[in-house]
Write a protein that binds this ligand. Structure first.
Ligand code: ZN
Length: 226
């Protein structure tokens, strides 16, 4: 079977023989190619999501997040899949109905976390309206291509940390510790920096003190090793 998709300047072609079993991963890739052919979505974005520096489950989560396909409360409730005891409000602020953009960007808890991370990286920012815009905004934040790779890791770490914290509050009755969220982003992103061998010799202290320089060192070393 052959897929040939043309759209908005983006051409994608995937060929499968009848002997190839349509595994979930294969179908996901087809889905990505179809998505890539739609206006406003480029292969650059999908290559940033599946960038090889992040655990695959986090990549899959981000892929759903930027498409607004996260199973948040309102979404699940509409499908009759869940009946939340505490209603449909955001578990962090308990005042606004939970949806993707509120939970990950505009809720006070999320906003504070983003602000801390932006300060950590020394950049000014304006919070965009959607996760899609937030993900794509970052290509304009840094002029250096390697630094962008490092910030991408932070982006994944922030959203993944918010999602895990939200689930712990809902499903494990855990208390939200906002200070801990920032620590988690820093340690988690550091682990991912080193996941594929990048960051050898770079310590967590280096990463926390000088994230941009650590990124440049890590990926420059990686390229020199090739
Ligand atoms: Zn909230």
């Amino acid at each position: 079977m052959e897929f040939r998709i043309l759209g908005d300047g983006c051409t994608a072609r995937m060929v499968f023989t009848t002997l190839v079993k349509p595994t979930p991963y294969l179908l996901l890739m087809v889905n990505l190619v179809i998505l890539a052919s739609t206006p406003g979505y480029g292969m650059v974005t999908s290559s940033r999501i599946w960038n090889g520096n992040i655990p695959s489950k986090v990549c899959a989560f981000t892929w759903k997040l930027v498409q607004n396909r996260i199973p948040f409360k309102l979404n699940l409730s509409k499908r009759g899949m869940c009946n939340f005891q505490d209603g449909l409000t955001c578990v962090f602020c308990t005042t606004v109905v939970e949806d993707t953009n509120h939970l990950f960007l505009h809720c006070k808890t999320a906003f504070n976390l983003w602000s801390k991370c932006f300060r950590w990286w020394g950049v000014e920012h304006v919070m965009p309206g959607t996760c899609w815009d937030a993900f794509n905004q970052h290509k304009d934040l840094f002029s250096n291509t390697t630094v962008k790779i490092g910030w991408d890791i932070i982006w994944f770490a922030i959203t993944w940390t918010i999602w895990l914290a939200r689930n712990e509050v809902i499903f494990q009755n855990k208390h939200l510790d906002e200070v801990k969220l920032f620590d988690l982003v820093q340690t988690r992103s550091f682990q991912w920096l080193k996941l594929k061998g990048e960051g050898k010799g770079i310590t967590l202290f280096d990463w926390i003190q000088q994230p941009r320089l650590s990124t440049l060192t890590a990926f420059t070393k990686k390229r020199a090793d090739i």
